[in-house]
Design a binder for this molecule. Sequence first.
Ligand SMILES: [Zn+2]
Length: 106
Amino acid sequence: MSTTVFSQLDRSLHEHLAALVRLAATGDDGTAVELARRELPRVVAAVRALLDEHTPDEHGRCPTCRTRRWSRRLPSPCRAYLAAQLALTVTDDEPSGEHRHLRSAG
Ligand SMILES: [Zn+2]
């Protein structure tokens, strides 16, 4: 019952995203350019599609999150919107200074 069509879709989606990240990180320049031109617009389209469902009004509420019980009174900001905002604007490619100075001395 846990292996539904949706869970398979979800898994392949995550695998696809992981592959994109892996390619962007390890691919050569040509791959990176192709990735940016071919895949980036699709990823942007996906984010936009999600954000369409989570468009906060001036109080930070969105039609999707408002249906949840806890947010009916509290004008808490839409979490999906905030998560997207954070993911896109905060860089976290330095987990613990692991590869901070990768080959800095050449
Ligand atoms: Zn929302």
